[in-house]
Design a protein around this ligand. Structure first.
Ligand code: SAM
Ligand code: SF4
Length: 373
């Protein structure tokens, strides 16, 4: 039986960033005690009790904005309920403004060995415009502190397409972060989500952010820069020094089992015939009432998922696996065209995107899906 990855969602933030559409709430401190009580019970009652676990990802929201004792109790409960392997990767997402020496030391004592900092940018003007609570000095100070305390597996999230972004600024941010010793950089293209304050700002002033074309060029330049500096792209938005790829996220992309605890958390459990995707509710009351949505993934869903997830990663997808699900991708009329144009290539049984075309991967993926999809 494969080893499990566990995701734990902490839905609290000190304030809401202008672009953020994640299940996270500011001003909900009065719910924290009840939330953690419920979360611990959810973990204890898991039907996958006793399974071996090799990755844990505590994400949010902002896990670093709650009392570290809550985080400690979550990890203790996971250890009591599952078999946590000695070399498990245990990540926590932290905002640079909400960590200090005591908190990070406690994380270390309870086994956390990977920190993911939401840096987004090192430009103070940009950070202010998107409603972040930290500035450049706080971000760099937090990374330096984590390093001093002995964390040697550190990620920095960057966002592309933010206000005032230029190639020079983004590359300079990346260079400084590398100099501070991060081992992994995630570079996410800004998603402008309806209902967020940023959506309204851009509706009124489309030039509030750079154009998509400009952002794609910056993404390509950043990818080249990172690869030259030993950060290899192993997924469209993720770059790591060899050996520092995020094992937890690799599970999502390679289609392995994972379970999620907490508000809005998802689980994917593979079955012999049908896979199940289970999603906890995104609202506190429904989560406390154990409301979940269960989707069964049938053959077509599995084919689509394998192509989508595979092509986002440097691993690509296996033609044999797709054939076992009844889809001969070579018969898709775009397959031959993309192959001849050098947009995709075959590596044995696997099909991969030429890294030059990662910026337009969505277009490639859509055109390789089953034609009747
Ligand atoms: C869900 S957040 C949690 C981490 C932490 N709260 C933080 O923001 O620093 C994880 C990452 O998602 C990215 N993110 C959030 N909203 C996004 C959006 N609308 N578009 C692109 N990336 C986004 C940010 O880079 C962020 O660091
Ligand atoms: S801190 Fe992170 S999770 Fe919270 S609102 Fe900002 S981006 Fe979203």
């Amino acid at each position: 039986m494969s080893k499990l990855g566990i995701y734990v969602h902490i839905p609290f933030c000190e304030s809401k960033c202008l672009y953020c559409d994640f299940a996270s709430f500011s001003g909900a401190e009065n719910k924290q005690e009840q939330y953690f009580q419920f979360l611990l019970n959810e973990i204890k009652g898991s039907q996958y009790k006793g399974r071996e676990v090799d990755t844990i990802f505590i994400g949010g929201g902002t896990p670093s904005c709650v009392k570290p004792d809550y985080i400690e109790s979550v990890l203790r409960t996971i250890k009591e309920t599952f078999v946590l392997l000695d070399d498990a990767e245990i990540t926590i997402e932290c905002n640079p403004n909400s960590v200090d020496e005591r908190k990070l030391s406690l994380y270390k004592t309870c086994g956390i060995n990977r920190i993911s900092f939401g840096v987004q940018s090192l430009q103070d003007e940009t950070l202010k415009k998107i409603g972040r609570l930290h500035n450049r000095d706080m971000a760099l100070g937090a990374i330096a502190l984590a390093r001093r305390l002995g964390f040697n597996n550190i990620n920095a999230d960057l966002m592309l397409g933010l206000p005032n972004a230029t190639e020079e600024k983004v590359l300079s941010d990346a260079e400084i972060l590398i100099g501070y010793g991060v081992t992994h950089i995630s570079a996410y293209m800004l998603q402008v989500e309806q209902g967020t304050p940023l959506f309204e700002l851009i509706r009124k002033d489309p030039e509030f952010v750079p154009s998509d074309d400009e952002s794609v060029i910056i993404y390509e330049k950043l990818a080249n820069f990172l690869e030259k500096n030993g950060f290899l792209r192993y997924e469209i938005s993720n770059f790591a020094k060899t050996g520092y790829e995020c094992k937890h996220n690799l599970k999502y992309w390679s289609g392995e089992d994972y379970i999620g605890f907490g508000l809005a958390a998802h689980s994917l459990i593979r079955g012999k015939k049908v896979d199940q995707r289970i999603a906890n509710s995104k609202n506190f009351e429904e989560y406390f009432a154990e409301k979940k949505t269960i989707d069964k993934l049938y053959v077509t869903d599995k084919i689509v998922e394998k192509i989508m997830l595979g092509l986002r990663c440097k691993l690509g997808f296996s033609q044999r696996e797709l054939e076992s699900l009844g889809y001969v991708v070579k018969r898709n009329r775009n397959f031959k065209k993309f192959l001849e144009q050098g947009i995709i290539f075959e590596d044995g049984d696997r099909v991969k995107i030429n890294p030059k075309y990662y910026g337009v991967s969505n277009y490639i993926i859509v055109n390789l899906l089953p034609e009747d999809f």
